[in-house]
Ligand binder design. Structure first.
Ligand code: MOS
Length: 759
């Protein structure tokens, strides 16, 4: 497909300077603030999103969504829609090709579907907004026009959509991402009863919906009905190709997924929603390529978001501030068709020492679209409850909230009984407090005209994950190299940091190293999720480059100055391989390959099975500091200052890392103050399915955000680095709620903190 080639060429043109410099390699690319290698393409509009690909002879699809919550379609009348201008096909459950049930996303296995529901195979309706017909037409407008002409009759059934009504029958999930839903250490309730100082409160967080800048989109192209190429906006290239193969009953190798530039995902593209499969199905029906761009409203109907939660945090302590009881339990909502209880108790499992713990999560199943990952899924809402409660106890004890955290800093993982691989949270607090100018004054003691001013602080936490990954490298006789793996780039700088990494390992200038990714035909990398991608790719690329260098050493032969040297005795630098002992002894890649008459040397390798997470408690930590101003008359909240101080191991690229932290904090400001999915429990329907009514923070809502970090490598992580994509949002809502309390004396335990709650 020439079009595919063109796109891959765009992907490959990464070198910021097309003319390779002289061999100007210097050590230390990692840790330097390199700008995004795809930055120019992005700002020049040359980095296409999925819906912007032009595939010849494409038809366009639009979806019809169920307007009832539960029941059966008794009649679906497509006669008017069929006659509309430009309509090529209408696919409903009555005429849809038979599809196999989708394999769902889990911790192991390659399934990517967000739920196990059959896709457009039955008359049953499971949620309000479920796609019930796909219209394919010559243009997008005509498809959408025809979609309005489909008439549907339903037999409705009683739907369960009220979280509050069902809470009393909540049950523990089987597991939470492989972890137990409940942990008891000692007798926390008794210890709480006996504690001299205590807090015991409920915290509530609402539903939140995904609003990435690029809505979900797919272009599906069948080749002789046997193999399928899918352009899709996805965080899970390989799992998606496997999932589509299962659904359509073809070999995994027959499905190619291409996704080089993703306009944000935040978890919403980590699993497959119906749009992708429906687009591929439609392309099969009309026997030509089909494009399906989901509308912004459509995302609210077919893509799940963050579950609502009700959490209890109870803390007991003695006069010295040491926790005697730590209870964090609560309920979230999921569906019968997915398994995503949202791990809001993960932070409490690792953050504080206490004599007695009770940790427990329960779930109720609702008739809604499946809930899913949303940036630090459980940790962001979990830290809201936990870190608010710590602040509340600090006031009870009259101990500074930072000091209270320091007093309860554990020396080993509090529930797993293993050592921390790395933990410098106290240092992050010290450095943050100094830089921010932490001054904890009494509530309601600072005023600036009509504005009440306060400071708040909270701990950020996100686990470390690394998964098995595979990569390939080719070192060419012209002194360039390419690294290949099916990684995903959602704008976080994946390509940039791995080019820095490979250039450093190969001893090449960055201009001579390119990175190919975003294609399931490349060696298999894991999904971009759980902030794992940098560490996972790092380990695979390191193993791959080692293999290539060993191969080079082997082929260099007796005529090379390298003759007789072992791998352990060499280092890559200055465009080749040199003796560590004798700096003049060595040979460039170009020289070796030319002499032996090879165009390139190639190696492919798979990283080791990650065992570090089993051996150690591995997490990223941080301290969020903010200042808020609350208008005494209107209740309006302004976040006026922010500083995030992070402890995430080595920072591989300070520029892209700082942007990641900032992005997380901005998303957290939205979570704390403005965002909320308004859900009509009579209808089971989302009422504010647009950016006009679902309020994400805009420029004026966000102050300058200062970021500092410890930059202390974790010797147990292959890169010394921990993931940083998600931790930024954690602790943010609590820091804001704590600052609001400090400003106003009002404790708000329910998000978002809108002005009505402050009056
Ligand atoms: Mo993240 S919510 O694992 O994309």
């Amino acid at each position: 497909m020439s079009n595919t080639q063109k796109i891959m060429e765009t992907v490959m043109q990464y070198a910021p300077d097309k003319e390779p410099n002289a061999l100007s390699h210097r050590r230390g690319y990692l840790g330097t603030p390199l700008s995004r290698v795809d930055g120019q393409l992005k700002v020049k509009g040359e980095a296409p999103f999925t819906a912007e690909y032009k595939v010849e002879n494409t038809a366009y699809a639009a979806l019809v969504y169920s307007s009832v919550t539960k029941g059966k379609i008794t009649k679906i009348d497509v006669s008017r829609a069929e006659k509309a201008n430009g309509v090529l096909a209408i696919v409903t459950h009555e005429n849809a090709p038979k599809l196999k049930n989708p394999p769902t996303f889990g911790l192991s296995g390659n399934g990517a579907a967000a739920s196990d529901l059959p896709i457009l195979q039955e008359a049953d309706v499971h949620w309000n907004g479920q796609p019930i017909a796909v219209i394919v037409a010559e243009t997008q407008d005509r498809a959408e026009e025809a979609a309005t002409l489909v008439k549907v009759e339903y037999e409705t059934a009683e739907a369960e959509v009220s979280f509050d009504a069902l809470k009393k029958i909540a049950k523990p999930p089987e597991n939470i991402l492989g972890e137990p839903p409940e942990i008891k250490i000692g007798d926390a309730e008794n210890a709480l009863d006996a504690a001299e100082f205590k807090v015991d409160n409920l915290y509530r967080t609402p539903r939140y919906n995904h609003n990435a800048i690029e809505p979900h989109a797919t272009v599906a192209v069948w080749h002789d009905n046997e193999s399928l190429t899918v352009f899709d906006s996805t965080q899970c290239i390989h799992n998606l190709s496997y999932t589509l193969a299962v659904i359509f009953g073809i070999q995994p190798e027959a499905v190619r997924v291409i996704s080089p530039f993703v306009g944000g995902g935040f978890g919403s593209k980590g699993t497959m929603w119906w749009n992708t499969a429906l687009c591929a199905m439609a392309a099969k029906v009309v026997n030509c390529p089909v494009k399906l761009s989901v509308s912004r409203q459509g995302i609210f109907r077919i893509v799940g978001g963050r579950t609502p939660s009700e959490q209890r945090v109870a803390l007991g302590a003695g006069k010295d501030g040491k926790f005697t009881a730590l209870i964090h339990s609560g309920i979230t909502a999921a569906t019968r068709h997915n398994n995503f209880p949202e791990q809001f108790t993960f932070p409490v499992r690792h953050l504080y020492a206490a004599e007695n713990f009770y940790i427990g999560q329960k779930v109720v199943n609702l008739d809604t679209v499946a809930n899913t990952f949303m940036r630090a899924p459980g940790e962001s809402i979990g830290t809201f409850a936990l870190e608010s409660a710590i602040d509340e106890l600090a006031y009870e004890l009259k101990i500074d909230p930072i000091e209270l955290r320091r007093i309860n800093e554990p020396t080993k993982d509090p529930v797993r009984d293993v050592a921390f691989s790395m933990r410098n949270l106290t240092l992050a607090y010290q450095r943050g407090a100094e830089k921010f100018g932490w001054q904890h004054q009494a509530p309601r003691s600072q005023k600036d005209g009509k504005w009440l001013v306060g400071q708040g602080v909270a701990t950020a936490y996100y686990p470390y994950y690394r998964f098995v990954s595979t990569a390939r490298v080719r070192i060419f006789a012209d002194g360039t190299a390419v690294v290949q793996t099916s990684a995903q780039e959602m704008g976080m700088g994946t390509a940039t940091v791995q080019i820095q990494h490979a250039a450093e390992r190969l001893g090449l200038p960055i201009e001579r190293v390119s990175f190919e990714y975003g294609d399931s035909n490349l060696p298999q990398a894991p999904l971009a999720g759980g902030s794992n991608q940098t560490a996972s790719n790092f380990a695979a690329i390191a193993a791959t480059i080692e293999k290539a260098l060993r191969e080079l050493l082997a082929i260099a032969g007796d005529d090379s100055p390298l003759a007789g040297l072992k791998y352990e005795e060499i280092e890559a630098r200055d465009g080749g391989v040199f003796s560590k002992e004798n700096s003049s002894k060595g040979e460039t890649y170009a020289s070796i390959l030319k002499r032996v008459g090879q165009d390139y040397v190639e190696a492919e390798a798979t990283s080791s099975q990650p065992s570090e997470m089993q051996k150690y408690s591995m997490g990223s930590y941080g301290a969020q500091f903010c200042e808020v101003r609350v208008n005494e008359e209107t209740g309006e909240v302004r976040v006026s200052r922010w500083l995030g101080s992070f402890d995430c191991g080595k920072i591989l690229n300070p520029k892209t890392a700082t942007s990641q932290f900032r992005g997380g904090i901005i998303m957290g400001i939205g979570m704390a103050l403005t965002e909320e999915t308004l859900f009509d429990e009579r209808k089971g329907r989302i009422m504010n399915a647009s950016l006009a009514e679902y309020h994400v923070p805009v420029n004026l809502d966000v102050p300058h955000i200062e970021i500092i970090y410890n930059n202390i490598p974790d010797e147990h992580a292959p890169s010394g680095a921990h993931g940083i994509g998600e931790i930024g949002i954690t602790g943010v809502a609590a820091a804001i709620a704590n600052a609001i309390y400090n400003a106003t004396g009002k404790r708000i335990r329910e998000l978002p903190i809108t002005l009505d709650k402050l009056l």
